[in-house]
Every structure is written in C-alpha cells, then in structure tokens.
Design a protein around this ligand. Structure first.
Ligand code: NAD
Ligand code: TYD
Length: 351
C-alpha cells in the first residue's frame, strides 16, 4: 500500500518545488496536491510531473470544511505538509481579512480534518506546518532569530502566520497531535510570482520599467534558494522531532538595494546591455507601512542536528534564478498577462 501524503498549496512557489521533490524522490508515496488555485497558484509550475502515477491534484479551498473533510476521508493522508497560505505582505496590508481566513481558519480546518480521521491513533502520522521567520518580528542591526525568540509579528501577514503556528502547537498540546513546524527566511528561485521583490525586479529590468525600491532600500532580508527550502522540508518531514520547531535559513543577509544592484549587474551581462544601464531604472518609492527592518535566521539547530545545509551560495542561486527567468519567458509572460489562469481549464476540464 502506498502512503498518502497530502501537500497543501502545491501549485504555489515553494509548494511546487516540494511537490516535485516528493513525487520524484518517493515513488512509494502518493502525493495529493490540494490547492485552491488562487492568483498565486499555477499548475504550469508542475507541468513536468503532472502525469506521474504517484501524483494527484485536488482543487479545493482549505477553508471549505466539506471539501477538506471529503478529501481527508478519501485519501486518509498519513502525512500532511501544509504550505497553502496568502503570502504577500503588501496584499495583507490592503486586505487583512483574507489572510485571517486562509492562514488561520484554513489551518484550523486542516488540523480538525487530520484529528477527525485519525481519532487519536496518531502512530506513524505527522502534520507539518510550514511557516515564516516573519512571526518573530523585526531585528535591529545585530542578533538572529532562534527557535526560542518570542513571537512579535508586525504585519497582518505575519500575525496570521503566527496565529496559525499557535493553533498547530495548541492542537499538539491539547489533542496530542504529532506536529512539526519550520520557520524559514525569504525564499527566491524559479516560479516565484512577480509581485515579490526578486522576480518583480527581474521582470521590470527585462521590460525597462522602473524598479520600485521601498524607502531607502536598507531593509535586510536573509535569502534562501527555494530548492534548498524544499530539501529542508524533506529532511524535517522525515527526521525532525515531533513537537519541535526548526528555523531554516541560509546565512545570506542582504540589504534590498544590494539585491537590486546585483540583479541589475547580472541582467546587464546576460542581456548584453551596457554596465550600469539597468541601475538607472532604480526608483526609490514610499516605504511599506510598518516595514520590518531586518530578518536573520540562526539555523544552527537544523544544521547541527539534521543532515541539511544549503546547496548553493546566494551568488550561485541568484545567477541560476536570472537564467531560469530568461529561459522561461513564456512562464513569466503567462503569469503577468493572467494567461496561466486558463491552464486549469485546459488541463482538468471535465474533472
Ligand atoms: P504562494 O503565494 O506562492 O503560494 C500559495 C499557494 O497556496 C498557491 O498555490 C495558492 O493557490 C494556494 N492557496 C492560497 N489560498 C488557498 C486556500 N484558501 N486553499 C487552498 N490553497 C490556497 O506562497 P509561497 O511563497 O509558496 O509560500 C508557501 C508557504 O511558505 C506559505 O505558508 C508561506 O507563509 C511560507 N513561507 C514562504 C516564504 C517565502 O519567502 N515565500 C518564506 C517562509 C515561509
Ligand atoms: P517581499 O519580496 O515582498 O518579501 P517580504 O516582505 O515577505 O520580506 O519583499 C522583500 C523586501 O523587498 C522587503 O523589504 C520589501 C522590499 N520590496 C521593495 O523594496 N520593492 C518591491 O517592489 C517589493 C515587492 C518589495
């Protein structure tokens, strides 16, 4: 009998890399990708594995109790890896309720469904909640987030993720659910939706559009290549201790302006433009309200206790990312034009 593993948000940026890794690496698992296909979900991300026999797609909203119960009753997943979320801070500022709905209510729905099918018999089962370092708030010039840093979320996005983390721990404490949580720093890489900094900058440089840098560009993010995040999720899902939290990060702190200048330099080279040409597109714009100053992860618990370390440096990862976007022009065009929304209809009509 194959083990059923349910991955939520598998059509999104990080989720698609996790689904691909699991489908390719574990032929004995049946991977069920549960995704509502919001604007951030794109099945084209999974075109290469869509026909594999150990992959199943279920279009459903994690807030839809009936649909979630039906899917859990049908597949009885022994493992859940929960990534589905509203994920963009700027959108959370204009529409906080949709973040409460998906990130808090949706997570509690999944916890309930998992609890209800296993009815306390949790032997060999695992609910893995994927979270963010943004729950810890903002750092000053020094220090790192560790697993024991107190939660201090500062945006509606991070507050909703913090709330979901608390619910996951509450279910472990109250119902003895076998949970594990990870909090990761900013990801970058292929299939990143171009509302986030790195793909947006690549898109704008390519099209000679202004590059909006918030405030002075001196905010610091700690960047991790998305495939390294997917590898960490694999290791923590299989070997992480139940009831524990792991911070994931790549020790790659960069000011936003540094990231933008690096992208300008690489893009000038790749596109055969004059050195310095793309930097002229940089445009400092009004800062994000409540903009967190600095994130930096201490991942020593993960690197010290489990077999994981980043496989690429920031310099290697950012170069690979630019190359991917330049070679996958169609993906970027489909996403920016909204064309990708038709993919589900073509692929799954009649289901
Ligand atoms: P994303 O926005 O690219 O993808 C989210 C996916 O969830 C999409 O496929 C979307 O269709 C799906 N989804 C959204 N609402 C849903 C709902 N109600 N029901 C079912 N599916 C729904 O996000 P991402 O950047 O891939 O992030 C994935 C997870 O990792 C999130 O939980 C996020 O908080 C966390 N995370 C992200 C980062 C990062 O840098 N992107 C860093 C750390 C943690
Ligand atoms: P983002 O990719 O939205 O991730 P997060 O807010 O979750 O860290 O933003 C990364 C950093 O880049 C953040 O400090 C905000 C900044 N930023 C800009 O300066 N300009 C932009 O157009 C965007 C989208 C982000």
């Amino acid at each position: 009998m194959k083990k059923n593993i349910l991955i939520t948000g598998g059509a999104g940026f990080i989720g698609s890399h996790v689904v691909r890794l699991f489908v390719n690496q574990y032929p004995d698992y049946q991977i069920i990708n549960l995704d509502a296909l919001t604007y951030a979900g794109n099945l084209e991300n999974l075109r290469d594995i869509a026909d594999k026999p150990n992959y199943t797609f279920e279009k459903a909203d994690i807030c839809d109790i009936e649909a979630v119960e039906r899917i859990f009753a049908q597949y009885r997943p022994e493992g859940v890896i929960h990534l589905a979320a509203e994920s963009h801070v700027d959108r959370s500022i204009t529409d906080p309720l949709s973040f409460v709905r998906t990130n808090v209510l949706g997570t509690v729905n999944l916890l309930n469904a998992f609890k209800n099918i296993w009815k306390g018999n949790f032997e060999g089962k695992r609910f893995y909640h994927v979270s963010t370092d943004e729950v810890f708030g903002s750092l000053g010039e020094t220090g790192f987030f560790t697993e024991s840093t107190p939660y201090d979320p500062q945006s509606p996005y991070s507050a909703s993720k913090a709330s979901s983390d608390h619910f996951v721990r509450a279910y472990a404490n109250t119902y003895h659910m076998p949970v594990v949580i990870s909090n990761c720093s900013n990801n970058y890489g292929p299939n990143h939706f171009p509302e986030k900094l790195i793909p947006l900058v690549i898109h704008n440089i390519k099209n000679r559009k202004p590059i909006p840098v918030y405030g002075k560009g001196d905010n610091v993010r700690d960047w991790l290549y998305v495939i390294d995040h997917a590898r960490a999720i694999d290791v923590i899902f299989h070997q992480g201790n139940l009831g524990e939290t792991y911070n994931i990060g790549g020790l790659n702190e960069k000011q936003n302006i540094e990231v933008v200048r690096t992208l300008c330099r690489i893009m000038d080279e790749k596109l055969g433009r004059q050195p310095g040409e793309s930097e002229q597109l940089i445009s400092f714009v009004t800062d994000r309200p409540g903009h967190d100053h600095r994130y930096a992860i201490d991942a020593s618990k993960l690197t010290g206790t489990l077999p994981w370390k980043p496989s690429v440096t920031f310099e290697e990862g950012i170069e690979k990312t630019v190359v991917w976007y330049l070679e996958n022009e169609e993906w970027l065009n489909n996403v920016t034009s909204g064309e990708y929304l038709k993919y589900y209809e073509t692929m799954y009509s009649g289901r």
